[in-house]
Write a protein that binds this ligand. Structure first.
Ligand code: HSE
Length: 433
């Protein structure tokens, strides 16, 4: 290969993903140079916490992130995580005219509009493939492979920790706390695992996917977000009995009224492709008008899968691809959750008395809500069978406007025989069932 200007890379952070990036740049140098058309040269690593034992292949090391400001660094790879410092680092680099590659979903979801503006203004690239679903090149698919399509629906299992917890609870009967501890041990959970189990991590990623799918701005504040911490083993069992699995889905849909973006536990038919995505794996389902349904599956986290996405962005920059993201071109209203439509699974703890089911069914009927299936198991009665005994009534409804379901459940909750908090979980159907 003739001598070509290398792309000079500076990496911020030296954690798990950075270790993977350093390894790929070092061990795959020749092949990557052929892919990129010029060498990818790691010149500087900066991390506040030095880590011995990683072979930096001759790159300089500093504990001062300002070492990345030097003009010899063409592209800054931000892998320090968190929000404020990472945002300063990324924004500063773009303003100095350095390209940036980041795995930071929080800063792209919350500040992506301004950061893309800065990148455009300074004529540099901003790559963030690693921010969503680790090793699955789904942003590239939306940007390039699906460019001819108008996307109508996107649904993803994009938080490995939640998927691991729901799989372990449903398949092995593991408790929520045990399953979370195991996910943390595997290194998938965020530093603050409430980001995983309360859906914030998935909402960050959905914000990015929806902006690219629908050409809207990044609108993190508009994502309806609900976690999995209220899901019980009993719900997972009832769902199975009804022919479903419970998954923590991130859903974006384009309707005539606007775009809806929501993250919540969801019943999906057990024969659907998304139901088969288990453990820490991720998958993203995208329906384009030309392609029909497509599915992207793979590891959503981990050193090498995430590093693979970072290095892919570096190769793109070395080839002169400025990314040129298409976001913010369309002005589509963000639909509040009350205006969305879903079928529902309801678990209603009720006294074991005559007429309760009929009363619940009447209220649902008065709100135009049709019952598709129901279970009331005698074996599930809690108590001694006397007047204080209660039993869960489990119902699956037909699709209904969320606002109608809210009004109906307000009334059902007030029925004197309903003795506890009603659990409601949305149900979604996909074209592959
Ligand atoms: N905490 C995230 C997950 C890591 O569990 O999927 C990848 O973003």
């Amino acid at each position: 290969m003739p001598e070509l200007n290398p792309l000079r890379i500076g990496v911020a952070g030296l954690g798990t993903v950075a270790g993977g990036v350093v390894k790929l740049l070092r061990d795959e140098a020749e092949r990557l140079a052929r892919q990129a058309g010029r060498p990818l040269q790691l010149v500087q690593v900066a991390s506040r916490t030095p880590k011995s034992g990683i072979d930096l292949a001759g790159a300089a090391f500093s504990t001062d992130l300002r070492a990345l400001h030097q003009a010899e660094v063409d592209v800054v790879v931000e892998l320090i995580g968190g929000e404020d410092q990472a945002l300063n680092l990324v924004s500063g680099a773009l303003q100095r005219g350095q390209h940036v590659v980041t795995a930071n979903k929080a800063i792209i979801a919350s500040h992506g509009n301004e950061l893309l503006e800065q990148a455009r203004g300074n004529g540099v690239g901003l790559g963030f493939e690693a921010a969503v679903a680790g090793g699955i090149p789904v942003l590239g698919a939306l940007r390039s492979g699906l460019a001819a399509n108008r996307v109508s629906t996107l649904a993803g299992i994009i938080n490995g920790t939640s998927n691991y917890i729901l799989t372990a609870m449903g398949e092995q009967g593991t408790s929520f706390a045990e399953a979370l501890a195991k996910a943390q041990e595997l290194g998938f959970a965020e530093a603050d695992p409430t980001f995983d189990v309360e859906g914030i991590d998935a909402a960050h990623k959905l914000t990015i996917l929806a902006a690219l799918a629908f050409d809207t701005e990044f609108r993190f504040a508009d994502v309806y977000t609900e976690g999995i911490s209220h899901i019980t083993g009993e719900d997972l069992e009832y769902a199975k009995e009804l022919g479903y699995r419970i998954k923590h889905l991130a859903i974006a849909r384009r309707t005539e009224a606007g775009c809806e973006t929501r993250v919540h536990p969801t019943l999906v038919a057990q024969n659907s492709l998304l139901a088969g995505v288990e453990g820490v794996m991720n998958a993203v389902w995208i329906e384009g008008d030309a392609t029909g349904p497509t599915l992207y599956y793979g590891a959503g986290a981990g050193a090498l899968p995430t590093a693979s996405a970072v290095v892919a962005d570096l190769v793109a920059i070395a080839r002169g691809d400025g990314f040129d993201w298409r976001v913010g071109g369309e002005q589509q209203a963000a639909l509040p959750i009350e205006q969305t439509h879903s079928a529902f699974y309801l678990r209603i703890p009720s006294l074991d008395a005559p007429g309760v089911f009929a009363e619940v069914a009447t209220i649902l009927g008065q709100h135009g809500i049709s019952i598709e299936g129901a279970i009331q198991r005698e074996a599930a009665v809690r108590g001694d069978g006397g007047s204080a005994s209660w039993v869960p009534i489990v119902i699956v409804t037909a699709p209904v406007a969320e606002a109608a379901m809210n009004s109906a459940l307000d009334l059902v909750q007030k029925v004197p025989e309903v003795v506890g908090q009603i659990t409601r979980i949305r149900v979604a159907h996909f074209a592959d069932e």
